[in-house]
Ligand binder design. Structure first.
Ligand code: ADP
Ligand code: MG
Length: 717
């Protein structure tokens, strides 16, 4: 038997049970070992119903005396009630949502049940004490006995000890899961290899793997239940550390590989930059200067830069990118900037072009649906080196695009390109054969306006260098954010009217209908027609959405920028990067459907000029608790990092930036919010390991090398 042996081969499991475990994400022995209980119940103390205190969470055991469904007056409500008696008293146990058939089968009169939950008091009820939706377990016959006093439980009984509660699924009750887990683990734990080098275990005061697994799955009666429940027990610490160590080790390897690639060293005493700065109507902020000098330091070295530039919306990343590109051009290389949408690529192109023309530099725009002749011409310009700066969409990294001598690639709004893996592909795809046929990699600058909390950026981008633009250009006024409900629509229209009469311009973003671009489109088109004909017939409205071809989109955006359009109805295509400094109002329809990061991005489309700007969140009740919280955060904060932290807290790390989606191994035990401090330690340990033994060839590292390969292998699939 091996850690990767399927559990169906464990005695007493078999294919049917294995399928049920499969639903829970457990197919191998190793996965069973890392199937961490959701929580623990201290059942070492069973309390009598008489002594159970209201407001306390208790475990009681008693016999089912009565089972019934109560019909309530409110909206045909039904309550499933079970009355339990342990000879010291009665308690009424109620479920407001339940599967009738299942519950009826489970709670039969006369069976003995263990119940774990909060004891409540209901003055109208016959017995006073009640429990709602408790955890429960029907006890076997062998646990006969009239009271809990002096009852001696069997070793494998679910009572009388600290009991792990696993994630369960329908048709696979807790008691069965726990019993089968016991069978698997009794054979599984002893064969799990302890791969963490001894020096690391010592240095960080970690217990052995076997001991950790034992304590996680079979806690002693004397175990610290609070620590177990908060995931901070020594056993958790050990498993979390190992998982994070492996993750960081993988990132350290990536970084090592990156540092062994050939890049191009550039000189950075650039005249082009000086001339550009003279043309700018503003001075760079301190923060922009700082990140620019960090970038230049990288460019001077003959190792390819791989830097992530983070800066809140409107912090001025584009100009930093442009200056960096000029450095490459001045050194005789080409530079490229890639944007996630055509609208954004076009915007970059039209804002960069005037500067480049004055500097006598050639630039062109490469996007998906160019006419064949235009495209062929563009590709030949790129391949011959006739063009210095190329702006484009992901068409830039498609087949047939060959740069003569690409020196720097900038990826704008890189989080939009999605899967982290693709970043590596981009990196590989841009590899260039240099003059003497030597292969080198261009420098890479990724830019993102989605601020990532530190704990997350370490996990997901731990192999990149990081720069942050930490301040906005001076003179920005905070955006006034207001929340309205659908019944206030008239007020909102009135306000829009006022703003536009005063010379402002507005965005009206139309709702995000999940997974349905079509519906989103319909809503926007219908709304545009309604507004133009019925509400604002005297104003000039425009419509832009993802299904328009790029010429149409282009035309609308240009008109909006030139103020020929006063109100732009749009789908979320305008979410990222759009820069129209004269726009002062952003109305977000169905704001409750947007994620926090998106709300923040959308709001960032206004407030770019010196005028006071507004963001109106239009919500349509009923709102979920989460939606209310999101809107509340958006109302009260405009700091991208604070918003990102809140987003992370609300959504949880998994959804925020699934590591798996990011091309990283899945985290099974660790929670990067809870375990942030361990992450830092694991990271340090991992980077030390790679520094000491870059190829992991030392005997003490062989085991982790294998584990690492396996782990990152599955992540890449
Ligand atoms: P983002 O970081 O969101 O990409 P942009 O690069 O689009 O931000 O810049 C937002 C706006 O701020 C642009 O209109 C840009 O010209 C302007 N801007 C950039 N840097 C400065 C600065 N140092 N002072 C004043 N305005 C600036
Ligand atoms: Mg931008």
């Amino acid at each position: 038997m091996q850690p990767d042996t399927a559990i169906q081969y464990v005695k007493g499991i078999g294919p049917a049970k294995a399928r049920l475990f499969g639903k829970l994400g457990v197919s191998t022995i190793e996965e069973a070992c890392l199937f961490i209980p959701r929580r623990y119940e201290d059942r070492s103390r069973i309390i009598s119903i008489h002594d159970a205190r209201v407001g306390q969470t208790e475990t009681i055991i008693g016999e089912v005396k009565l089972v019934q469904v109560i019909t309530t007056r409110k909206r045909n409500g039904h309550i499933f009630e079970v009355v339990v008696d342990d000879q010291t008293g009665f308690i009424s146990v109620k479920w407001f949502r339940y599967n009738y058939k299942y519950m009826k089968q489970t709670f039969r009169i006369g069976v003995r049940a263990a119940l774990y939950g909060l004891i409540e008091y209901n003055q109208y009820s016959r017995f006073g004490k009640e429990m709602y939706h408790p955890e429960y377990e029907i006890l076997g016959e062998e646990e006969e006995g009239d009271s809990t006093d002096g009852h001696v439980f069997e070793d494998d009984s679910p009572m009388g000890r600290v009991v792990p509660v696993y994630p369960a699924t329908e048709g696979f009750p807790q008691r069965v899961v726990r019993e089968l887990m016991r069978r698997i683990l009794e054979q599984g734990i002893p064969i799990m290899p302890d791969i963490l080098p001894v020096y690391i275990q010592k240095q960080h005061g970690l217990i052995s793997l076997q001991q950790a697994l034992q304590e996680i799955h079979f806690p002693e009666t004397s175990a610290d239940v609070t620590a177990l429940n908060s995931g901070t027990s020594p056993a958790h610490r050990r498993l979390v550390f190992e998982e994070l160590y492996l993750l960081e080790l993988g990132l350290a390897e990536r970084r090592r590989d990156n540092q062994q690639r050939h890049g191009t060293a550039m000189r950075t005493n650039a005249t082009l930059e000086r001339r550009l700065r003279e043309m700018l109507p503003f001075q760079l902020t301190k923060a922009q200067e700082k990140v620019l000098s960090e970038i230049k330091t990288d460019l001077r070295v003959s190792r390819p830069m791989h830097r992530l530039l983070q800066g809140d919306v409107g912090s001025g990343k584009t100009i930093v990118a442009l200056i960096s590109m000029l450095v490459a051009v001045e050194n005789g290389y080409q530079a490229a900037i890639m944007a996630p949408t055509e609208v954004l690529a076009e915007q970059h192109f039209s804002s960069i072009k005037p500067f480049l023309e004055k500097l006598d530099l050639q630039c062109l725009l490469l996007k998906g649906n160019l006419r064949p002749k235009v495209k062929a011409e563009a590709l030949s310009q790129i391949a011959s080196g006739g063009v210095s700066i190329v702006v484009g969409t992901h068409a830039l990294i498609q087949k047939g695009v060959r740069f003569a001598k690409l020196g720097l690639a900038v990826i704008d709004e890189q989080h939009r390109f999605g899967v982290r893996q693709r970043m590596d592909l981009i990196f590989k795809g841009l590899k260039v054969r240099g003059p003497s046929n030597k292969v080198y990699h261009p420098h890479l600058l990724s830019m993102s306006a989605t601020p990532i909390p530190r704990s997350l950026s370490l996990t997901v981008y731990g192999d990149l260098e990081m720069s942050v633009i930490s301040e906005l250009p001076p003179g920005r006024k905070p955006i006034e954010t207001k929340l309205y409900y659908d019944q206030d629509l008239k007020k909102v229209y009135h306000f829009l009217e006022e703003q536009i009469q005063a010379g402002g311009q507005a965005f009206l973003v139309y709702p995000l209908v999940e997974e349905s671009e079509k519906l989103e489109l319909k809503a926007a088109v219908e709304m545009f027609e309604h507004l133009q004909t019925k509400v604002f017939s005297h104003l000039r409205l425009g419509l832009v959405h993802g299904r328009m071809n790029s010429r149409e989109k282009d035309e609308v955006m240009i008109k909006f920028r030139q103020r020929q359009i006063q109100m732009l109805v749009a789908t979320t295509v305008i979410e990222v990067g759009i820069d129209v400094p004269t726009a002062s109002v952003m109305v977000i329809e169905h704001a409750e459907r947007f994620g926090l990061a998106q709300l923040h991005q959308l709001r960032g489309r206004v407030g770019r000029g010196p005028i006071l700007s507004y963001c109106i969140l239009l919500a349509h009740p009923p709102l979920s608790k989460d939606a209310r919280e999101r809107l509340q955060v958006a109302l009260t904060s405009q700091d991208g990092f604070a918003i990102a932290e809140a987003d992370l807290r609300l959504r949880g790390p998994g959804e925020f930036l699934g590591t798996r989606q990011a091309g990283l191994p899945e985290l099974k035990v660790a929670n990067i919010i809870r375990d942030a401090h361990l992450l830092e330690k694991a990271r340090e340990a991992a980077f030390n390991t790679i520094r000491k033994d870059p190829q992991l060839r030392e005997p003490e590292h062989l085991a982790i090398k294998c584990a690492l390969n396996r782990k990152w292998e599955t992540a890449r699939q």
